[in-house]
Design a binder for this molecule. Sequence first.
Ligand SMILES: *[C@@H]1O[C@H](CO)[C@@H](O)[C@H](O)[C@H]1NC(C)=O
Ligand SMILES: *[C@@H]1O[C@H](CO)[C@@H](O)[C@H](O)[C@H]1NC(C)=O
Ligand SMILES: *[C@@H]1O[C@H](CO)[C@@H](O)[C@H](O)[C@H]1NC(C)=O
Ligand SMILES: *[C@@H]1O[C@H](CO)[C@@H](O)[C@H](O)[C@H]1NC(C)=O
Ligand SMILES: CC(=O)N[C@H]1CO[C@H](CO)[C@@H](O)[C@@H]1O
Length: 311
Amino acid sequence: MACFLVSVFLLVLQVHAAPSELLQTGLTLDSTVLNPGLAANFSEDATPSPPPGTSKRTPHSIIIGVRKGGTRALLEMLDIHPEVAVAATEVHFFDWDDNYAKGLEWYRELMPYSYPHQITVEKTPGYFTSALAPERICAMNSSIKLLLILRDPTERVISDYTQVYFNRLENHKPVQAIENLLVRSGALNIRYKAIQRSLYDVHMRNWLRHFPLEQIHIVDGDALIRDPLPELQKVERFLNLPPRIVSSNFYFNQTKGFYCIRSDGRERCLHESKGRPHPSVNGTVLQQLRSFLREHNRTFFRLVKRTFDWQ
Ligand SMILES: *[C@@H]1O[C@H](CO)[C@@H](O)[C@H](O)[C@H]1NC(C)=O
Ligand SMILES: *[C@@H]1O[C@H](CO)[C@@H](O)[C@H](O)[C@H]1NC(C)=O
Ligand SMILES: *[C@@H]1O[C@H](CO)[C@@H](O)[C@H](O)[C@H]1NC(C)=O
Ligand SMILES: *[C@@H]1O[C@H](CO)[C@@H](O)[C@H](O)[C@H]1NC(C)=O
Ligand SMILES: CC(=O)N[C@H]1CO[C@H](CO)[C@@H](O)[C@@H]1O
């Protein structure tokens, strides 16, 4: 009911929401587009012998973003918990505008098999900046618990650029210096998607139209990388999970400069691409970016009633 009323309200708002179109485009680019082949493979792998007593359910919790905020690290670290089943694939069930019911069905299909005592967690970093996601997710389960992991918005812009830069290099596409994207005719190019995605206040407002603040837990991504355990303990409490993640689940890898995971006798570090060196950015341009984001981060702190230690 609440979802529906808000949706109507949102429709009206969207007529005026200039950045939403821009963000939608960003979302499509970020999407892991699910194709029938993949779905077929998934069922093939899955059907032979699902563990007895397990089932597939829509997620109890979703890591909604932000892209380059540390969503992968968070998901992998939550996977340590015996009462958490994580989805390996990110899904955009709302990509099927013409067949929403079908989308939901596929969404459930892609969730992991879980035991009744487990909760299922999925991550799709594109949700946070999507204009449609809050409404759709609310319609699916209005009491779902949302996890949002954020980093310093300026650092996030550079990290976003870096990822696209390396992707383009790998695909033999032309690349540009970050300054050329950040600046257009002498001024900060605020239409640049990487900047748009760092406007946390704009996106958060959209989520708060559909979900109360208490239902969205924000993980400090910078803190998670520095010292994972305290942030994960907060997540355990938010998800009403018994505390099972302990300090021996982490060890610091000097070469990589960040923590790796040790659980069930296995050790795993995040994928190589996750620790790519950032380019050095022209100081004047960096200052312009910082002062632009400062206003937005102030608004964001008011919205979420807490502050973050962003420079
Ligand atoms: C499905 O699996 C087959 C064989 O395991 C593989 O060759 C094919 O690339 C897979 N398709 C997709 C879309 O992953
Ligand atoms: C909705 O999410 C809540 C919180 O995780 C969960 O307890 C509930 O079972 C979910 N409902 C459905 C229908 O999946
Ligand atoms: C630490 O990271 C390096 C560099 O990626 C890797 O080669 C090595 O296996 C890692 N060591 C451990 C103990 O995880
Ligand atoms: C940084 O960019 C500004 C223009 O935005 C330019 O005037 C300045 O020379 C650049 N500095 C360096 C070190 O390249
Ligand atoms: C990255 C950034 O702009 N951080 C700023 C956020 O806002 C506070 C004040 O509310 C500033 O102190 C930070 O520099």
